[in-house]
Design a protein around this ligand. Structure first.
Ligand code: CU
Length: 156
């Protein structure tokens, strides 16, 4: 387990930054970590990612941390009677054998208190904390203001 985390960190520092990079933490595969450019730093930024649990034990994403924001939070977009709200999500379930997406319109990371403007092409680290698997640092690529996700070749 320790060597897996170490190799993920080495990959992080050596490889070019791409939202299509895959990070591994135990049975979890984490990919498509991306954010959107912001106009200034007054409004919160977003964090999206895809997590696949290849194991036989349920896990859950219980928190995120990043130097890019003073108060990063997990949110869920919920539409009730046509009105959207974003309650705080205490944890996001990552059931065994399933893929969970933090994506526009659903679960997402909300980066409150940005420490800097996020510009397209920038990248920043986010530490994901899981109930069982522990922690992993992923590199987040900042895409354009209108991006709906990275354009990855998922044929592999
Ligand atoms: Cu939100």
């Amino acid at each position: 387990m320790k060597s897996l985390i170490l190799s993920a960190l080495l990959t992080l520092s050596a490889a070019p930054v791409l939202a299509c990079e895959t990070f591994t933490l135990g049975d979890l595969n984490i990919e498509h970590a991306w954010s959107r450019a912001t106009i200034g730093a007054d409004r919160p930024g977003v964090f999206y990612v895809e997590i696949t649990n290849n194991g036989s034990t349920d896990d859950a994403l219980i928190g995120i941390a990043t130097p890019a924001a003073g108060m990063p939070m997990l949110h869920e977009t919920v539409v009730t009677d046509g009105i959207a709200s974003m309650p705080h999500a205490m944890s996001i379930p990552v059931p065994a054998g399933q893929t969970v997406e933090l994506a526009p319109g659903g679960y997402h990371g909300m980066l409150m208190g940005l420490t800097t403007t996020l510009a397209e092409g920038d990248s920043f680290p986010v530490t994901l904390s899981f109930q069982n698997a522990g922690e992993v640092v992923v590199n987040v690529e900042v895409l354009s203001l209108r991006a709906e996700g990275p354009d990855c070749d998922d044929a592999n």
